[in-house]
Design a protein around this ligand. Sequence first.
Ligand code: UD1
Length: 417
Amino acid sequence: MGAIIINGGRPLRGTVEISGSKNAALPIIAATVLHGGTYELRNCPDIADVRCACAIVEELGGHVTKAGQSLYIDTGQIFRKTVPEHLMKRMRASVLFLGPLLGRFGSAELTLPGGCPLGCRPVDLHLEAVAAMGAAVTLREGTICCHGPRLHGCCIDLRFPSVGATENALMAAAACHGTVTIKNAAGEPEICDLIAFLQAMGAQIRGGGTSELTITGGAPLRGVSYTVMPDRMETATYLCATAGCGGEVLLLDGDGSCLEPVIEVLTRSGCDIRQRPEGLYVKSTERLRASGHIETAPYPGFPTDAQAPLMAAFLRAKGALEISEHIFEDRFGHVPQLLRFGARIELAGNCARVRGADVLRPARVEACDLRAAAALILAALQAEGESVVSGAHHLYRGYDDPVRKFTALGASIRPAR
Ligand code: UD1
């Protein structure tokens, strides 16, 4: 798991299949806990975070088996309402088990979640949402205890359209007595996928994709078969990789309709990107032309998760690009590492200015989080010579078989022995 060795400087050519979405699969796996039943989840990515979510289901007393990209989950025998600390620490999304456990059993106990170090990342909005439904919530010495045997209808007005808080509120609300309205809800496509899954289970939810969701709780639920949407951020990463390295790639199953801000930046910088029936096609034949300013924002704005890979794509561009990060207070951990490749990036607060360098030199670097790891891989693919990216476990949390996929595109990339 330690490091990845890359001999960069080659264009990327060929076809790569986009896996199922991490950020959709994780809440959907958590949602299977809401009702004891059997589930088939198709198109689940084979990544460490999904394995962690499955380990939580098993720890709670459920059963998970895997066949290819499908997970078969039986949550009928779940009896524990506590997620152990060693699993909570492994990823932020472990907190998504709060809503389903509370909804099904009337109580839940979790420790504060881990995840990428992008700032303080509190869970206050999650806790306020379930408290509004009538749960008694305590947070003492890092342990969250929620008790709410009879959740009721309410109106939740989120101070910020948090993805995770919207998902937890949705899942708890599906089991409450009454109607829950969530205002200022997040509208990310992965939330729409969760809503479609919950609706297939029988939940009554209106307003998916808008900022106001209405859930009529208490509808009878059932186990279902469901296909998880393709991964938007894996798609963005392979788009950025092709844009930065040059080449021509077809992203099988890639869906450009939910990546418009990323596609807009790459297209205006010189890439040819087209949606085809089988996926997203990208061609990049010359150095990107950088200009303008990008601001990360909740959907449909520029996604924070694409910020680091996009920055990596512009390291050799002509001109300069400014990027402001507005979602997380500390999401430029990749910048000091990118400088080791000879990148020209100036940081001032939450704003980074990237001026293209004529060449990148190979470097030994260490990833500090998932998307930072992707950015370092993209930089190494563009730098002629041998680079070593350590901290690769961050990459494997969210990217399905990246070494095989980049190799299939002609890259020289291998795990260190
Ligand atoms: C999800 C995604 C992550 C993405 C992020 C923003 C998953 C598994 N992860 O993370 O990849 O980068 O959305 O698109 O889907 N906040 C609070 N209090 C809370 C909750 C959040 O202050 O209770 C703040 C966070 O610190 C952060 C901002 O809100 O600054 C956005 O967080 P949120 O939308 O909740 O992201 P996650 O659900 O953690």
